[in-house]
Ligand binder design. Sequence first.
Ligand code: SAH
Ligand code: NI
Length: 450
Amino acid sequence: MEKNQIVEVEIVDLSHEGQGIAKVDGRVFFVDNALPGEVIRMRVLKVNKKIGYGKVEDWLQVSPHRNQETNLTYLRTGIADLGHLNYGQQLLFKQGQVKQNLKKIAGLDHVAVAPTLAADSPLAYRNKAAVPVRRVQGQLESGFFRKNSHDLISIEDFYIQEKEIDALILATRNLLRRLDLKPYDEKEGTGLIRNILVRRAHYTGQMMLVLVTTRPKVFRIEVLIEQLTKEFPNLVSILQNINDQKINAILGKEFRLLYGKETIVDQMLGNEFEISAQSFYQVNTPMAEKLYQVAMDMAQLKADDIAIDAYSGIGTIGLSLAKQVEHVYGVEVIPKAVEDSQKNAQRNHIDNVTYVCDQAETAMQNWVEQGIQPTVIFVDPPRKGLTPSFIESSAQVQPDRIVYISCNSATMARDVKHYEELGYKLKEVQPVDLFPMTHHVECVSLLVKA
Ligand code: SAH
Ligand code: NI
């Protein structure tokens, strides 16, 4: 096997990231835009001893599950890596991923993984966008980076974002052009405008715009503000973020308020939530409500429960369930998010909650030392999952139930295994589709004391 060779192969599986998998010559090949069941002529792009990468030259047999909508296939190269697979199959893929991880990583296959809860609308669902701004063929453009690259593909319709967000991005782009503001140039380290960030509160429609720039001074920024707020009455917050570093991280440390408020307000499960630019907020609001509902139902909450909301963000989980329990203790590491959660408690007249700013593992240990006896623990960690020390101190207080909300079923499986070793049993697993058209899977698991 060598580079540029062309071989006929059958695709037998999909990788975690949605690439087609073919097995040739004892090697596993990863092929973009190829689906299980498809027979292709594959050009070899790269090979080493065990794995290789290939590209579709042409299809000899096309999967009946292929989504033929060209635009979604196109988005596959950037923001929607499963756009070329039809929606029903995406849901099966996600259920399969969770099953596979539990079996391979945790050695667990006695618990049935429920069918993925489908999204009501698999398009135009994202309430947030972070769009790079670059110069393409002499013109300022916004769009997305092609996978594994920093090549900007300019687009105006993002398909998976709420339409009002696309409209605000487009209007901002046009004004940036008109004001002749210079887009950032990564190679040269020159230029001014790096990114446009938009957040839209799904139920109230309030919007926040963050302009990420390399320097504080933006000539005639007041024109941009005046025009945009005139055109978009729901645009209630405009911020500037300054990022002068040659790094991939979108945001720098410094925020400046340019117009209106520092937060927007949305609703979830009957409560109102203030959201700061720095705070985490699930990108699919209606499906996040379903996710939280699944988590609360699994927990079978009781009036005398003491609950922990670990990795609490702006308090969405703890505040949604506070009325059903005696007390909620929450912990979150981002100071702004903790402030939001405290304000959100007041805003909704919820007074049986205590939110602290700390590392979850430290807070967990402190609660143990203070003699707090949680009966139910909710965890919702980032992709890397929990730390062994968090798992140990949370198991030490012996809650009856642990509800694990995860955006990465591989680390969830690892952590579930650890909890099983400490005397907990996995009882239920429910994937929920918060991210249609992408390979990302959210799921909720219930562990109970054995
Ligand atoms: N439960 C919230 C947030 C979930 S996202 C919601 O549903 O909206 C995970 C959160 O964990 C983020 O807000 C992140 O800032 C926070 N986080 C990351 N590492 C942490 C740590 N070590 N301790 C506490 N919080 C952490
Ligand atoms: Ni992934």
